[in-house]
Design a protein around this ligand. Structure first.
Ligand code: FPP
Length: 622
């Protein structure tokens, strides 16, 4: 394999980074060796494409090490084991001197892909190094699943990270494994000439027996009636599995992935037609689908996919063309380990400060152009506090791991913060991790912390006029989380727009107990007269005494309780409960909550009942 150690140059002469070159190499490999799969990847949102090339190229390369090499089987197996060991080392160090592994490493770090799953799929490829065929369809299916389910699931995971609620565990959807089998069998029929060149027959022995075909007949390319019948039968099976999966999956996939699946069934179906039409030639040379047939399938699919992604993905996620190549991930642009000033990967190494945009960016408009309600500053709540509940249930409802709910929750928070900036809300406090949340599995907790870190370092939250304040205790928190919270508090301390208080490792009663202890200490030291302890004095001894009183406390996901959240500050808060889980919330829900607040009558124990008028958008304050 070509090694990349230094910057190379594009045809136009522009200096290119090793990482760009790595992704380019993956793209080239997929486009030249698997044009159908490449065309399908081009139907994905642009931001997802480089990762799909990297994933596919890595698996293709590993497979080719076994298939195409001239070496003895034992030698081929050794080469693949070495390549896999090198990949594991690269994934641990975050960089590589090999272009394909560099791109894959970047993709894994940048998107937090599931390493175990990916390496498992590679192991499944490696298990083929005995080059023994399989006997039964059952064994063949197991092989198909082990090698082919992981990477489409990783692509789904990326769509979730882009803010699109898609099912990730495709294997649990009725019909998906059939689709993978149809794809695997089509691929086998397509690769037949090359496999026969290498002396391999990968169809299960049971189908050869059924049609009375011997491996030697195939390897010596004898086009007997039995061979013809068997190839026709296999193509028919593959077509039926693909079509059957399309029928079964209809309705369980959102529009974007459904277009990709639909197009895959049509394209693979066209390949199967071409193979059957080619007759004996299908044993001797690769068969290609006619260009006009490909075009007839692909042109409308491309147009539909472009529109659907634009409509369904949050702004910036559909058009961020080749983002993975625009900014570097863990590896530096020249393939060396990254330095501290470059953006960090999703769950990357130690790094505690993000570049803080100066001057901060204006709020990003809503994706559908929704405009904020015009509410006079005097009528706005000064402080809204949110229990962002329902992440876990939202994720499990979609068949996703709970941490995907927190990831989607972080995306929802981004939008709500934009909405808070648009209406000029002074303080927003969110419950991100309570002292009770330690009862969750260590895996969920560490993933949640990784999401928060990534969000505060690389998310858009702090690109805007947002001052971050951390409310909570460092006790028990990992150092890297504490460091990020502290350093971002410091970095944004001069911002004057929205103060975003994030409660991490926060418990309301513990906060009150701390204030009590501080007062007791002050009394013992003779600084405070216990007889003169007032509400104000008590408040001054709270660990977060600068936090203003909460005017509006909002909890999502149908639970009607406050769960130890800001008991002191929310003593007179208006309560607002909504049913939707937090990941489904956006800024319009914040505006609805705030608008509802303006209609509340806040008598504060008195008898006058002032209502708070709102203005329609565009109306000037009267
Ligand atoms: C409650 O849902 C939510 C949490 C415990 C975590 C919320 C955190 C985020 C949205 C990330 C915030 C990021 C930053 C930068 C502050 P749950 O898991 O309890 O849901 P369930 O009730 O359905 O189980």
């Amino acid at each position: 394999m070509r090694r990349t150690t230094t910057r190379s140059r594009t045809r136009s002469g522009r200096a290119r980074s090793a990482l760009d070159a790595g992704y380019d190499e993956c793209r080239r490999l997929v486009r030249t060796t698997r044009p159908t799969e490449y065309a399908l990847m081009q139907l994905m949102p642009p931001v997802v494409r480089p990762v799909s090339w990297a994933l596919y190229a890595a698996f293709g390369y590993a497979d080719d090490l076994l298939d195409l090499s001239e070496e003895a089987p034992r030698e081929r197996g050794r080469r693949l084991r070495e390549w896999r060991a090198a990949l594991e080392a690269d994934l641990a160090s975050g960089t590589s001197d090999d272009p394909i592994r560099l791109a894959l490493t970047d993709a894994v770090w940048r998107w937090g892909l599931d390493l175990g799953d990916l390496l498992g799929a590679l192991d499944a490829v490696q298990r083929d190094d005995d080059r023994k065929g399989v006997t039964t369809w059952q064994e063949w299916r197991e092989r198909a699943h082990a090698q082919n389910i992981s990477w489409p699931e990783q692509l789904m995971r990326m769509l979730v990270r882009c803010g699109l609620p898609v099912p990730v565990r495709l294997r649990d959807l009725a019909g998906f494994t059939r689709f993978v089998e149809g794809l695997f069998l089509t691929d086998m029929l397509r690769d037949l000439p090359e496999d026969l060149d290498g002396g391999h027959v990968w169809f299960p022995a049971e189908v050869l027996d059924r049609f009375h075909v011997t491996p030697d007949e195939l390897i010596s390319r004898q086009w007997t009636p039995a061979v013809q019948r068997m190839i026709g039968h296999l193509a028919g099976e593959a077509r039926e599995w693909l079509e059957g999966s399309r029928r079964a999956l209809r309705g369980s996939l959102p529009l974007g992935p459904a277009i990709v699946l639909d197009t895959a069934v049509d394209l693979f179906g066209a390949e199967l037609d071409a193979i059957v039409r080619a007759g004996s030639a299908a044993l001797r040379r690769p068969v290609r689908v006619a260009r006009h047939t490909e075009w007839r399938i692909l042109a409308p699919a491309r147009a539909r996919a472009a529109v659907v992604w634009r409509l369904t993905l949050p702004p910036g996620r559909d058009t961020a063309m080749d983002t993975a190549m625009d900014t570097v991930g863990r590896a530096g642009a020249d393939g060396s380990p990254r330095d501290d000033t470059a953006p960090a990967p999703l769950a990357g190494p130690e790094r505690h400060t993000a570049r803080i945009a100066e001057p901060p960016l204006p709020p990003r408009p809503h994706r559908d152009g929704a405009r904020p309600p015009a509410i006079a500053a005097a009528h706005l709540p000064q402080h809204v506090a949110i229990v962002m509940d329902g992440n876990g249930r939202w994720a499990t409802g979609l068949g996703l791991p709970r941490d995907e709910g927190h990831r989607a929750g972080a995306v929802a928070l981004r939008d709500v913060v934009q909405g808070a900036l648009e209406i000029g809300l002074p303080h927003l406090t969110v419950y991100a991790f309570s002292t009770e949340n330690w009862k969750r599995s260590p895996d969920e907790v560490s993933k949640l912390f990784a999401i928060m870190r990534a969000e505060l370092l690389d998310g858009e939250l702090l690109d805007h006029d947002v001052r971050l304040r951390w409310v909570g205790s460092p006790d028990g928190l990992p150092d890297d989380v504490v460091n990020v919270l502290r350093s971002q508090e410091h970095a944004t301390r001069n911002r004057t727009g929205l103060t975003l208080n994030v409660c991490v490792n926060y418990g309301g009663r513990a906060e009150l107990a701390q204030a009590g202890a501080a007062l007791a200490r002050a009394a013992l030291a003779g600084e405070v007269d216990p007889a003169r302890v007032s509400e104000q004095l008590f408040a001054a001894h709270l660990p977060h005494h600068a936090l203003p009183d909460v005017d509006l406390l909002w909890r999502t996901s149908g639970e009607i309780r406050t769960s130890n959240f800001l008991p002191w500050h929310a003593h007179y808060a208006e309560l607002h409960f909504t049913d939707q889980p937090w990941p489904e919330v956006d800024r319009r829900d914040l505006w609805a909550a705030v608008t509802a607040y303006t209609h509340r009558k806040r008598r504060k124990g008195g008898t006058t009942t002032p209502t708070v008028p709102t203005r329609a958008p565009g109306e000037t304050e009267g």
